[in-house]
Design a protein around this ligand. Structure first.
Ligand SMILES: C[S@@+](CC[C@H](N)C(=O)[O-])C[C@H]1O[C@@H](n2cnc3c(N)ncnc32)[C@H](O)[C@@H]1O
Length: 400
């Protein structure tokens, strides 16, 4: 339903147990639909799991749901018919809203493409049934929790295992074998996946590496650094538990080799999880990893305006070893950086670092406008981020 109807979909969690509903809700939210859960349900396990996952737009009694649905979708229709005027009005509030987000979350969306941000803001306005963008801004200003909800909506992105299968086949053919050439067993093949979301892309690359690695002690070490600013998505990635529907994207052979069945879900094997290190990292704010053999940064640059894209590509050049590879999403490119990268496979967006190009100096961080406020550390998150930072520094410094 989510795939077919996108933002016209609503998902409702009524009384029940388990967490199946949560997985479906993510699919609906990813495609811009609405998600509701029942207040005071007789069996509230499913509802609680859904709320904890951050995928629920509204919790309300069953008898109020019909009116809510009608209100939400009729506002969507109204907004659609007055789309251009609405968009202008919301755009006028955009920099004020971006400032609230910056102060509350420490992340700066001001260099992102306006259209994506405007769509998500309009969606939040529909959920709150607020028509006037100024009133929406005031609601955010007075209720910081609403800023968190908007932030969560801005981040949520579609992903899947072997997304764009032809592109992954090209990586398997042109890139993976090269990474193993001449590598000794005490060396490490290093991969970075910025914007990894819930982990499917990182695990897909991990499978390709494992399949091509020489057996036993002859294999070099494998290390995939997979990063994102969405903490909730990173939690899903670390757990490595995915719905049964991944069977449409992963071959039966790979499902058998790299997954185990757990309560109707597929769990990524410990072997694969061991080589993937998931951590919080903002591409625009934090210095990059280094000495990488491959960077797979797919469907993240499309959210950013040209100014930011211009700055990020040289960072990738800096972060790669000589002749290292860059794998982008199907509508992303490095055309303006022909000096830094040659093309390996245009259709699949695979590029290779040109060696011998003068060493790039890292730009100043944060990359977005230098207007970024320091992050506000929320209670309960410090320990995790400290652990993550320490892990990253240790792995960076001491891994071969
Ligand atoms: C559409 S998803 C792409 C997922 C995956 N790479 C793929 O192609 O299937 C975009 C991801 O980028 C993340 N993201 C957005 N801005 C970011 C930033 N500045 N630094 C790191 N990750 C970011 C979002 O949280 C989201 O998980």
């Amino acid at each position: 339903l989510a795939h077919d109807q996108a933002e016209n979909t609503a998902g409702i969690i009524l009384s029940g147990t388990g967490s199946d509903g949560t997985i479906g809700l993510r699919a609906i939210k990813e495609r811009g639909g609405l998600t509701l859960a029942q207040e005071s349900a007789e069996y509230d396990g499913m509802m609680r799991s859904a709320v904890q996952s951050g995928m629920i737009d509204m919790v309300l009694p069953a008898e109020e749901m019909a009116a809510k649905l009608v209100g939400y979708f009729s506002q969507a229709k109204r907004m659609e018919s007055e789309r251009d005027r609405r968009k202008r009005e919301v755009a006028e509030q955009l920099s004020r809203i971006a400032a609230l987000l910056r102060v509350r979350t420490g992340h700066d969306f001001s260099g992102y493409k306006d259209n994506t941000i405007l769509r998500r803001i309009q969606r939040r306005m529909q959920v709150l049934q607020i028509d006037d963008p100024t009133a929406f801004y005031e609601r955010l200003r007075d209720e910081p929790q609403q800023v968190d909800l908007l932030f969560q909506d801005l981040l949520i992105g579609v992903t899947s295992f072997f997304r764009d299968p032809h592109a992954f086949e090209a990586v398997e053919r042109f890139v993976i074998p090269k990474l193993f050439e001449g590598r000794k067993s005490d060396e490490t093949i290093r991969v970075w996946v910025p914007g990894c979301a819930t982990g499917e892309e990182a695990y897909s690359i991990a499978m390709l590496l494992k399949e091509s690695a020489p057996r036993g002690a002859a294999s070099p070490n494998l290390q995939i650094f997979a990063t994102d600013i969405d903490e909730r998505a990173l939690e899903v990635a670390r757990a490595g538990r995915y719905p049964a529907t991944i069977a449409t994207d992963v071959t039966p052979k790979r499902l058998k080799e790299f997954f185990s069945r757990e309560d109707g879900t597929y769990r990524v094997s410990a072997d694969l999880r061991e080589i993937c290190l998931f951590s919080a990292h903002n591409l625009l704010r934090d210095p990059p990893f280094s000495r990488l053999d491959l960077i797979a940064c797919r469907n993240l640059l499309i959210y950013m305006g040209p100014e930011l894209q211009e700055k990020i590509v040289p960072i990738f050049h800096y972060a790669l070893r000589n002749n290292g590879y860059l794998f982008l999403g199907s509508s992303e490119n490095v055309t303006r950086h022909g000096r830094l990268f040659s093309t390996v496979d245009k259709a699949s967006r695979i590029f290779q670092k040109r060696s011998g190009v003068a060493m790039q100096r890292l730009p100043e961080f944060p990359l977005a406008a230098a207007r970024q406020a320091p992050p506000i550390v929320r209670r309960g998150t410090t320990a995790t981020s400290l652990r993550e930072v320490a892990e990253r520094v240790l792995v960076e410094r001491y891994s071969p």
